[in-house]
Design a protein around this ligand. Structure first.
Ligand code: GCU
Length: 407
């Protein structure tokens, strides 16, 4: 359904200079009965916890409780096509005692030496597709979204660009990064009929905070994987980057807003419920997303449909919670569905918190003229929803600027 919805939307070219309404209420201003934020201490001690609680309450639900993770099985795979010395394996990670609360299969790809960072990628189509079906026989396709099979898979490649499902591993490794890939639907299915049972198992009998939807569980998966994977040989101390396209970008942002151990985020075309402001007129409506994908969110999010101006919290505050860590928001000028101007205004709105930390302000005025040297960065490239060669060029340029080689 998701891909079908996306495919059918072809948007007129979005203007490059930003002229829309200002961001939702300023991030430093009063928030409910909480007085304005003046110092970094005000932000850290008072405001950030309030915003995190508000985003849990009104948008995503709280993350599941932390569980013990362990590697239950390992499968070594041939590394043809990867640089010399590379290592490719699939780890089955279990959560709770022997994986009784949930499991996920993770493809771990490592080069030689210590990586600049470990990029954790949540994909749409499972690990077989993430390796261009080179080892299809090694993986079960049982958990793979139906949009990713057969004709739909071919179609999605044509429409979504070169790298929507299978990132350019050789290139990424040569630039000094390690990669972990996972299909979050392994843990909580991307399906409103089967997600509730998986969520109930993950949250357990006494969840702490408002019930989370699938995005909260997928966010939690970024965190738990960051923890378990940085115990692997060669990955100790590696900064963990949460990378997500579209729905996975929404989860990546919520992950980093909760988990200080996530060192940076790339949220590409994450749209409504992601980097784009809920109070925004362009693209997917709040009513639409919660009608089609209500189970991604906490049920309260849907109650603001048609009265978006009343939602107490907005997505610039989500981005602000990640400060001062590097965040890159990517978009396309024909991807109005994901609302690039709404994401641009959210980035502008988050900038004062980066400045509180002493980081440079976000001063960009054209959507298409990024400055990747700043920790808070935004770009809009030509084209639609998808992941292209140009996108990976941008991602790596941004990461290189913020995550130095570690020798
Ligand atoms: C649908 C959905 C979006 C989502 C996208 C995706 O189009 O409406 O909110 O971001 O799927 O994940 O590709």
């Amino acid at each position: 359904v998701a891909l079908r919805v996306t495919y059918l939307h072809y948007f007129p070219k979005i203007a490059d200079a930003i002229g829309g309404p200002p961001a939702s209420p300023p991030v430093l201003g009063p928030f409910g009965s909480d007085p304005p934020v003046v110092t970094l201490e005000d932000w850290k001690a008072r405001r950030a916890p309030l915003l995190r609680a508000a985003l849990a309450e009104d948008v995503f639900g709280a993350l599941p409780p932390h569980l013990d993770e362990q590697v239950l099985a390992r499968l070594a795979l041939p590394t043809d096509g990867l640089p010399a010395g590379a290592k490719l394996q699939q780890l089955t990670v279990g959560f709770g005692a022997a994986g009784d609360r949930g499991k996920a299969n993770v493809l771990l790809v490592q080069g030689t030496g210590r990586p600049r960072a470990l990029i954790v990628i949540q994909n749409f189509c499972g690990n077989a597709v993430a390796l261009n079906n080179r080892y299809k026989q090694a993986f079960s396709l049982a958990g793979t979204a139906k949009e990713c099979r057969g004709v739909m898979e071919d179609l999605s490649h044509i429409i979504l660009g070169k790298y929507p499902h299978a990132p350019p591993l050789k290139w990424i490794l040569e630039r000094g990064y390690a990669v972990a890939m996972v299909y979050a639907g392994d843990l909580v299915p991307d399906d409103h009929r089967t997600a509730p049972a998986a969520l109930a198992r993950l949250y357990g009998p006494s969840p702490q905070g408002p019930p989370g939807g699938a995005l909260a569980a997928w966010a939690w998966l970024y965190s738990e994987l960051g923890e378990v994977l940085t115990r692997e040989p060669g990955l100790q101390g590696a900064p963990v980057i949460a990378w997500g396209h579209s729905r996975n970008g929404k989860a990546a942002l919520w992950a980093a807003a909760n988990d200080p151990n996530i060192a940076g985020v790339i949220a590409h075309q994450s749209g409504r419920g992601g980097a784009s402001l809920t109070r925004s007129a362009m693209g997917e409506s709040l009513g639409g997303i919660t009608r089609n994908y209500g189970f991604w969110f906490t049920p309260r999010y849907a109650t603001f449909a048609g009265r978006e101006a009343e939602i107490p919290v907005d997505q610039h505050q989500l981005i602000a919670l990640i400060a001062p860590r590097p965040v890159l928001i990517g978009s396309g000028d024909r991807d109005g569905w994901a609302d690039p101007p709404g994401a641009f205004r959210a980035v502008q709105g988050a900038s004062p918190i980066y400045q509180l930390y002493g980081a440079p302000a976000f001063t960009q005025t054209q959507l298409s003229q990024p400055d990747f040297s700043r920790p808070l960065a935004f770009y809009m490239r030509a084209g639609t929803h998808g992941v292209t060669t140009q996108d990976w060029g941008n991602f790596l340029q941004f990461l290189d600027a913020h995550f130095p080689a570690r020798g």
